[in-house]
Ligand binder design. Structure first.
Ligand code: G6P
Ligand code: MG
Length: 220
């Protein structure tokens, strides 16, 4: 029985993983970098500069640090243009319902997203009010390090082993599995989620009452 929920954002709650990929794909094309079949999957969950390294591949050495920062901000400007039109209809299936259920049962909810655009996305989706804690990606080592999930649990003041965390990316599942006994739910159908404790096709398949002890129930 778990006492708190921690969510990744892009590809778990928000239909934005495809927008990150679209923006990276545009940059890759401009740089004439190849886009392999698994590039999209490899980019998921990686923070911005680590993603850029995947795009640059063996040509990474040809760019200075300054040029890399400029390329990463170019991708970010493409992404920010794409998220301007986000609205609650861009919540992924089951996300709104699950957040509302947890909220109703007074089960605390945290966000553990690597994205520096996370707050803007939460606002556009109108779900900011559900989160007691938003772990700051600037203060945590990037996934697959467990730091951001541990920071989220700490923010909620719930032991990691009493938290369930949701991820759509291999790097994210690895981060959760390294987070002191935290339980990982993989969201999606990718092979890359195999290391998760549970896998669901979408959040609408997840049955929260099988996992969480309501704070109301616990107190009575
Ligand atoms: C999330 C996404 C990644 C993205 C990263 C950084 O983890 O899954 O695709 O690269 O956030 O996002 P940002 O908005 O800060 O560039
Ligand atoms: Mg994700």
């Amino acid at each position: 029985i778990y006492r708190a929920a921690i969510f990744d954002l892009d590809g778990v709650l928000a239909d934005t993983a495809r927008l990150h990929l679209k923006a990276w794909h545009q940059l890759a094309q401009e740089l004439k970098r190849p886009w392999a079949e698994d590039t999209g999957e490899r980019l998921k969950g990686l923070e911005r500069m680590a993603s850029l390294e995947v795009i640059l591949g063996e040509e990474s050495d040809r760019f200075s640090e300054k040029e890399k920062i400029d390329l990463a901000s170019r991708k970010n400007s493409y992404y920010q243009k794409l998220i301007r039109s986000l609205s609650p209809k861009d919540l992924l299936p089951g996300a709104g319902e699950l957040l509302a259920w947890l909220n109703e049962k007074q089960i605390p909810i945290a966000l553990a997203s690597a994205s520096k655009n996370a707050q803007a996305v939460l606002q556009a989706l109108e779900i900011s009010h559900y989160f007691s804690t938003i772990a700051d990606p600037e203060q945590s080592a990037p996934k697959p390090c467990p730091d951001i999930f541990l920071a989220a649990a700490q923010g909620l003041q719930v032991e990691p082993e009493l938290c369930v965390a949701f991820e759509d990316a291999a790097a994210g599942v690895a981060a959760i599995k390294a987070a002191k006994g935290m339980t990982a739910v993989g969201v999606g159908s990718e092979n890359s989620l195999r290391k998760a404790d549970f896998i669901v096709g979408s959040l609408s398949e997840f049955v929260p009452k099988d996992f969480f002890l309501s704070a109301i129930h616990a107190a009575s």
